[in-house]
Write a protein that binds this ligand. Sequence first.
Ligand code: PLP
Length: 432
Amino acid sequence: MTSRKLHPETLALHAGWRADPATGAVAPPIYQTTSYQFQNSEHAANLFALKELGNIYTRIGNPTMDILEQRLAAIEGGVAALAVASGQAASAYSVQNLARAGDNIVSSTNLYGGTWNLFANTLRDQGIEVRFVDPADPQAFVRASDERTRAWYGETLPNPRLVVFPIAEVAALGRPLGIPLIMDNTAAPMLVRPLEHGAAIVVYSTTKYIGGHGTSIGGAIVDGGNFDWGGHAARQPLLNTPDPSYHGAVWSEAAKPLGPVAYILRARTVLLRDLGAAISPFNAFQILQGLETLSLRIARHCSNAQTVAQFLKNHSQVTSTIYPSLQSGVDAERANRYMTGGYGGLVGFELKGGREAGRRFIDSLELFYHVANIGDARSLAIHPASTTHSQLSADEQIATGVSEGYVRLSIGLEHPDDILADLTQALTKAAI
Ligand code: PLP
């Protein structure tokens, strides 16, 4: 193929796979196998010693998964990726790959509820402290850091607040300190490319817009290959000190012949090997299938959501509408700077009548599904305070932006008139 730099829309269809050399099959095959025949004992030994890269066992890598990884890395502008079983696994590994007991990371407070739980409870129980800061002030990340801080973490377009994270501002503060920025870009694939703004690592729940059809759970970590791990040896010991679990390998050195892939190499060879959240080949295929049409779908999600946001803003039953294009001040400035391709498919709003009206609204929807998901082809609705964010304390709910009457919509690909008709009838019933 031409060496001209291809666009993300094209890479989503072509990166990482052309055709099966044996059969000519064009669609990526589902390699439903656990293991792989070694050519001989030397080949086997080389694979285990990382002298040669290749397939060993599907918990650590699989050819279908590999196509997905290559495509995601190409679209994102990274050097390599790791596909895993869920977005939760991707978030957990992205941190555990840099921080161990006694270390800390600093995270934005604006997080998906599951990530909040992972950070505030499960990682803390493993000895990794997560310090939460309001990302509106990028300097808050610096103030919360000390010599044991291994990473900073944020979400590009966090719901429920839908305030765009200041990626370049925060990333630039971390780099001289040796602290990489990990961005969860789940809500904005193709719309924002965090690596271009200085993030070092991107994580995804591929369950959402990338898979796009509500069929398959998956996650991914993309390595930007743009962070000088070796130059910050004291700050990043997991990548710069001998790893007893891998013949004393020092990952920043061991990866050199393969390129700037130390981070993702360790994530695969240590975390995926030991913790085992491997994606199934079938799910990797489903997510690849979704990825091929992501660019078209995400544009429609954005235009439908813009229509819905405008409609809600003008509706007498609605007290506030949350959508990036409706923001003002620095939030609007960031939304316009980062989200040049559209403002995403999520819309939040508050109803007159608080929790009760919210409940009546949700129960009256006919076209929208009432589910705990986002990024499906279908339109979805949920009341976060009683569902996705219910395990958080009242204070934590407020910190993440979930109020009693808040309703979250994930706008799908239906005709906009049909979406508005369903919202209209449900809002009328909610008012009774
Ligand atoms: N990150 C974000 C922003 C999410 O919305 C979600 C799930 O809703 C996750 C991570 C976790 O992903 P998964 O459900 O695939 O584990």
